[in-house]
Design a protein around this ligand. Structure first.
Ligand code: GLU
Length: 477
């Protein structure tokens, strides 16, 4: 039997989400119980949105959770490189093959034309025949070296059937599937091409990924068929849901792994909870029990979407914490607080006279979420409506900071003051309460720097809800 090889294939386009941890964990478990190997592959085909800081965060947080891999960009391996941007010259060879067998075509359409064409079509899918230019125009564009992309030829009619471990046979109509771009006009591959070629070259036997990729699978199947390669086994995991059944949004800060780490959830809580949602049958934390018997019954996963319930997670975290030996817990507490202590020290050191001063001077960074009441905002000489406005503007502004440092944060706060035509002195008060939990404390900008984007924005959100109970636009994007 072929040795099992699974892969964790994140795109480094944002801070890693709890869903990434879930998918990674199941790939890890599945390989492990089958004595297989896990490959970590960075899918950075979107060069504009991919950032090395996100890649570093992904590796750091997966390591923190205890998820391990046998091959990857950080440790190398026989099938490397494991970063798609370093494999660019490799994909062309495969496109050449497709050109030879006539399974792809060059498309010289401009984005405006594509938009128009889509508007005219009820089903919005574009096939080769929809994209064709008349002979003269095509000749002109070729002659004048217009940019072009290479697209996949997709059947116009008939059905595509593929097998999914959880769902059995899935049937989709070919007329619903676009002529996917495989090579962009700059000559680099899209996710679809790179993903299939790499899964093949890296010997992946099982593709375990989120169900949002189901609609892409017909294109992938087509590529496997055109190349004459055997497909891996597909398993599309249902996305995690909130208790109200809504999808766990990727954009909400409190779904990032970093948020849970900073709030003081333990890696073993997250792993065991996510594992239980993914049909993992074990009561022990796997990292500490390398020889334990773990069973993964992926088939038992509810297709309606496993519920990620924060209350349960907190309950479980409490159980783990209370069952720890005191020395271990002290170590865990120190590990958690260490980063904050290092960061807050330069601010508080000049103000410390006796050690007990430390608590009052630094507590704001340790709160997680400060325990605020509506009344806390009443002391501010600014109307409730305006306080909400300030916080909402800030919440939005902070989202767009690329480099989280004092200068950029201050710039954004000033921008809020300009936008609202209110003095800095006026707008800073609600920010102090929302972030620091009180009006008198060390610099709020400094706290924001230390807390990081996720926790800061969650604190602001908490404050907005408390003062006005209004939900934020963009919140669920
Ligand atoms: N790079 C894709 C992602 O970020 C992975 C899709 C797949 O596993 O095929 O989710």
């Amino acid at each position: 039997m072929k040795k099992i090889r699974t892969r964790i294939a994140p795109s480094p386009t944002g801070t890693p989400h709890i869903g990434t941890a879930y998918i990674s964990l199941l790939n890890y478990y599945f390989a492990r119980i089958n004595n297989g190997k896990v490959i970590l592959r960075i899918e950075d085909t979107d060069s504009k949105r991919s950032k090395s800081k996100f890649e570093n965060k992904i590796l750091e947080l997966l390591h923190w959770l205890g998820i391990q891999w046998h091959e990857g960009p950080d440790i190398g391996g026989k099938f490397g490189p494991y970063r798609q941007s370093e494999r660019n010259n490799l994909y062309n060879k495969y496109v050449e093959k497709l050109i030879k067998v006539g399974k792809v075509f060059k498309c010289y359409r401009t984005s405006e034309e594509l938009e128009k064409l889509r508007k005219c079509k009820v089903d919005k899918t574009l096939k080769e025949k929809d994209l064709q230019l008349d002979y003269k125009e095509l000749k002109f564009r070729k002659k004048h070296n217009w940019p072009y992309v290479i697209r996949l030829k997709v059947p116009n009619k008939g059905k595509c059937v593929f097998y999914d471990v959880l769902r059995g046979s899935i049937t989709m109509n070919w007329d619903q599937i676009d002529s996917q771009v495989l090579i962009k006009s700059d000559g680099t591959p899209t996710y679809h091409l790179a993903n299939v070629v790499d899964d093949y070259l890296m010997g992946i036997t099982n593709v375990i990924r989120g169900e949002e990729w189901i609609t892409s699978t017909p294109k992938h199947k087509l590529l496997y068929d055109y190349f004459g390669w055997k497909q891996p086994e597909f398993c599309h995991l249902p996305l995690l849901r909130n208790p109200d059944k809504s999808k766990l949004s990727k954009r909400k800060q409190n779904n990032s792994i970093e948020f849970y780490r900073k709030m003081g959830y333990l890696p073993q809580t997250i792993i065991n909870y996510l594992g239980s949602l993914g049909g993992v049958k074990t009561t022990k934390w796997y990292r500490k029990n390398t020889n334990m018997k773990t069973k993964v019954d992926i088939k038992s996963i509810s297709l309606g979407g496993p519920i990620f319930d924060l209350d349960k997670l907190s309950w479980l975290n409490g159980i783990y914490i209370r069952s720890m030996k005191n020395e271990t817990l002290i170590q865990v507490m120190y590990e958690w607080a260490k980063d904050y202590i290092h960061k807050i020290l330069p601010t508080i050191k000049p103000r410390i006279k006796i050690l007990t001063d430390i608590i009052h001077l630094s507590e704001q960074v340790f709160y997680g979420l400060p325990k605020l009441k509506k009344e806390d905002f009443k002391v501010i000489a600014l109307k409730k409506k305006l306080q909400i406005k300030v916080l909402k503007h800030l919440w939005l502004q902070l989202e767009y900071i690329e480099k989280w440092d004092k200068q950029n944060i201050l710039y954004k706060v000033k921008q809020v003051s300009n936008q609202l035509q209110m003095k800095m002195k006026t707008i800073i008060a609600p920010i102090f309460i929302a972030i620091n939990g009180r009006l008198i404390s060390t610099s709020v900008i400094n706290t924001i720097v230390i807390l990081g984007k996720d926790i800061t924005r969650i604190r602001i959100k908490q404050a907005i809800k408390l003062i006005g109970g209004i939900t934020l636009k963009h919140e669920n994007k």
